[in-house]
Design a protein around this ligand. Structure first.
Ligand SMILES: Cc1ncc(COP(=O)(O)O)c(C=O)c1O
Length: 397
């Protein structure tokens, strides 16, 4: 009897299974709407040219591979602090902000939930629907998952979100996604962020803001306004920042974990726990991706080049949204899908059932997860009319 015989195998990752099934599908007409990474017109996920240049510069200048220290690349951390708080936020001057390089946004989320647990949090609220890795990280750390209503059938429901969060108990954690909610693409206005911040402060919740698509909605500055309003109202927050999408650094595992607190003493203590948790898991953060980001953001020309590349990606996704939404409105004869235009980032969720996603895959070669999440960046403009024709009967209700 082997040590591992008693283990019950876990179900395979649904999204990876979908990708494998898509690749194995011999039909000439097939559409991959499930993929979770940015795609260009050629269906590729290219390396930014600013990243290529920064990488060359970094490698040429590098003279050691010795560990960088517990916070990883501190220049990188400083740039992310600039993004999240702005350069002159009083909490930064007063030493009430800490930041650590983390292995991707997921490493930062892991730090956030671990820190919550240290403060006594036993359950964490996530949006319904949400990105499946949120409940996954929460459960892997032994905490319970609660859900707050976010959107039903593509419509944001602020009242039920607030009603659900009012059920939260003091010390509960809550994950709130920053710009470009995954999977719905639905973001809320700055005023609602402020209201949420007040609720979090009033109920003494532990908030973790997940920023995985900075720059994918409107602009680098605009995209952070809600998060900043939240921080101003809540006073305290943890932030998980990912550079996977906006720098295209997926496999380099580049992220940052930040905490802002109201007392210097509390934040100093939090620092030791975050450092200790990092030490016990990955020991030292990865350096390469953070080095690339710090090189780009610390060099005026490279920074402009990166911003231009990011803007082009955003504009491409926006124009695909408009074409797709127009095509669906025309094909269904209903204005319901016009809301896709108002959504942000890579994802939107189509109002289809799990059974319908299976039928779409089997009958028409249209691949999407059972949640109905589609990757807007994965659409090819030439395929939009045909896709709208296939999808219309399913979207008419
Ligand atoms: C909502 C959300 N949070 C966080 C992440 C972090 O990803 P990574 O760990 O690759 O930076 C992602 C990436 O897909 C995401 O969609």
């Amino acid at each position: 009897m082997s040590l591992f015989d008693g283990l019950t195998p876990l179900p395979p990752d649904a999204l990876l299974g979908l990708m494998t099934a898509y690749r194995a599908d011999p039909r000439s007409e097939k559409f991959d709407l499930g993929v979770g990474v940015y795609k260009d017109l050629a269906g590729l996920t290219p390396i930014f040219s600013s990243v290529k240049k920064a990488e060359a510069k970094l490698i040429a200048a590098q003279d050691t591979k010795v560990y960088e220290g517990q916070r990883g690349n501190t220049d990188f951390c400083g740039h992310v602090e600039d993004f999240v708080f702005g350069k002159s936020h009083p909490a930064r001057k007063e030493g009430r902000v800490i930041s650590f390089t983390a292995p991707g946004g997921c490493g930062a989320l892991f730090q956030g939930i671990s820190l919550m647990r240290k403060t006594g949090t036993r359950r964490v609220w996530v949006s319904r629907p949400t990105w499946p890795n949120h409940p996954n990280v929460v459960k892997s750390l032994g905490l319970d998952v609660k859900e707050y209503n976010y959107a039903v059938g593509g419509v944001f429901s602020p009242t039920s979100m607030l009603e659900d969060l009012l059920q939260a108990k003091e010390g509960d954690g809550v994950i709130i996604q920053g710009p470009c909610h995954n999977p719905t693409g639905i973001d809320f206005p700055v005023g609602f962020w402020k209201q949420l911040g007040e609720l979090v402060r009033g109920k003494r919740l532990a908030a973790l803001i997940d920023v995985a698509y900075h720059g994918f909605a409107d602009s680098l500055d605009e995209d952070m306004k809600g998060v900043r309003a939240f921080i101003a109202a809540a006073g305290e927050a943890m932030i998980a920042y990912s550079c996977s999408k906006n720098f295209g650094l997926y496999r380099e595992r580049t992220g940052c974990f930040l905490v802002v607190g109201e007392s210097r003493e509390g934040i100093d203590a939090a620092y030791t726990h975050v450092a200790d948790n990092g030490r016990a898991t990955w020991s030292m953060p990865p350096a390469h991706g953070a080095g690339i980001v710090a090189t780009i953001l610390g060099d005026a020309a490279l920074r402009t080049e990166w911003d231009t590349e990011l803007t082009a990606m955003r504009e491409r996704m926006k124009s695909l949204r408009v074409s797709f939404s127009d095509a669906l409105v025309a094909a269904t004869g209903s204005n319901e899908l016009a809301q896709l235009r108002l959504q942000n980032g890579m994802f939107s969720q189509l109002p289809v059932s799990a059974a319908q996603t299976a039928e779409l895959r089997d009958k028409h070669g249209v691949y999407m997860p059972t949640s109905g999440r589609i990757n807007i960046a994965g659409l090819h403009p030439d395929h939009i009319p045909r896709l709208a024709e296939i999808l219309a009967p399913y979207l008419k209700g």
